[in-house]
Design a protein around this ligand. Structure first.
Ligand code: NAD
Length: 373
């Protein structure tokens, strides 16, 4: 994908430095963040709850690369998975739980953080119980399936004196860190327009993502949330209104949840973020236009775990080194427990996305009306 930039560039020194830094090594530009300090901190034990694709395909391997936390426990309802992963990762038997024993995790000194990687409608219950067991909580996105659930999760963590974070791994990905940096610093001028597309084919008609009771909703809850997230940090502002449209090619498969939704997030500045999420297509793209000299940034595979590729004004951000997003995310959370640093992915962040998602569904229900947020 390329977008023409007809104007001749007039680049100030700081802009030129930024573009060079972002194009030739954005990662180094961003490692000044306090999240990446080298303090000698406690190595926290993490228990993964729900041993599905994301937990065992991404998080457990990432925990072999972390510096400030490690895989200390497993929670699953499936005996085969408990045995297989317990042996693969050499987890002591007493740190392997079924759901019946889950609450007794409170007695386990090896486990400091519980990471809930269950279907969306189970996040709130298992996070609140983890907080009540005195464990710090990470929950996968979406944080819950309603704002009121998010409120209960935040309250439970607050009253039990534990931290709450959401698995927003892209906050630790260098292309996205460049986007957030540009939103804050306006090095390329103010953001003027954003287009985000996050689409993924949902093949298996039996899976929980198609059941409203477990998923909360469809493409919006699962992947549209990435468009909402990036719009918020790209603008460094909160949207003031949303208008949404829903489309279905397969009303049987998507009887309970949304298949394709387009939505527009409006910002106070007059800027619009035009977003698409779908369970019936492939494509992860991001485009942001800025006010200086028709500058623009593009990211392909924009919401992937790996293989993102970005460019600024068509020039590849070549030297951004690949990172393990999940390892950085979990290390940042582990460090923040000791330092008190803001991770940027706290419960408040997850709740705000749910506020926007609820407004989005109100727009759909009202026949695509513009809803103030
Ligand atoms: P999955 O279906 O692969 O795993 C879900 C796990 O939950 C399975 O181990 C399953 O056995 C267990 N489970 C317990 N009770 C269940 C029930 N009643 N119905 C269905 N499963 C039940 O799903 P996944 O892709 O690993 O997603 C899990 C969570 O992680 C979701 O909230 C999802 O949004 C999130 N996720 C986040 C990312 C990310 O990039 N941050 C990526 C993928 C998934």
């Amino acid at each position: 994908m390329s977008t023409p930039n007809p104007k001749k560039e007039v680049i100030t020194t700081s802009r030129r430095d930024f573009i060079r830094a972002a194009s030739l090594g954005g990662a180094s530009l961003l490692t000044a963040s306090p999240l990446f300090g080298t303090a000698n901190l406690k190595n926290h034990g993490i228990a993964l709850v729900g041993l599905g694709q994301y937990a065992m395909g991404e998080l457990a391997p990432a925990l072999q690369q972390t510096k400030h936390c490690h895989l200390a426990g497993l929670v699953s309802g499936t005996p085969k998975k408990r045995a297989h992963y317990g042996s693969k990762y050499q987890i002591p038997k007493e740190n392997i739980y079924d759901y019946e024993r889950y609450d007794s995790i409170s007695d386990n000194k090896d486990i400091d953080i519980v990471y809930v990687v269950l279907p969306n409608s189970m996040h709130a219950d298992y996070s609140i119980r983890a907080a009540e067991a005195g464990k710090h909580v990470i929950t996968e996105k979406p944080m819950g399936i309603s704002v009121s659930e998010c409120d209960r999760m935040i309250d439970a963590c607050k009253s039990n004196g534990v931290t709450l974070n959401v698995g927003y791994r892209l906050h630790f990905e260098p292309h996205h860190q460049v986007v957030a940096h540009l939103g804050k610093e306006h090095t390329l001028g103010a953001p003027l327009y954003l287009r985000a597309e996050c689409c993924q084919v949902m093949d298996d008609p039996q899976q929980w993502r198609l059941r409203k009771a477990l998923a909360g909703g469809g493409a919006v809850y699962d992947i549209g949330i990435y468009c909402i997230q990036v719009a918020r940090y790209a603008m460094n502002a909160e949207p003031i209104a949303i208008t949404a449209q829903e489309f279905k090619t397969d009303p049987v498969k998507f009887a309970e949840v949304d298949e394709t939704v387009t939505f527009q997030l409006e910002f106070d500045s007059g800027v619009v973020a035009n977003c698409t999420c779908s369970y019936n297509a492939h494509g992860h793209k991001l485009y942001i236009a800025y006010s200086k000299n028709n500058d623009y940034l593009e990211v392909e595979n924009a919401f992937y775990y790996r293989d993102l590729s970005g460019s600024i004004n068509g020039r590849p951000m070549d030297n951004i080194l690949p990172v393990n997003q999940q390892a950085l995310q979990m290390d940042a959370i582990a460090q923040s427990i000791v330092t008190g640093n803001n991770t940027g992915i706290s419960g408040a962040e997850g709740r705000q996305d749910m506020v926007i998602i609820e407004a989005l569904y109100r727009s759909l229900e009202s026949g695509n009306q513009r809803i103030k947020i």
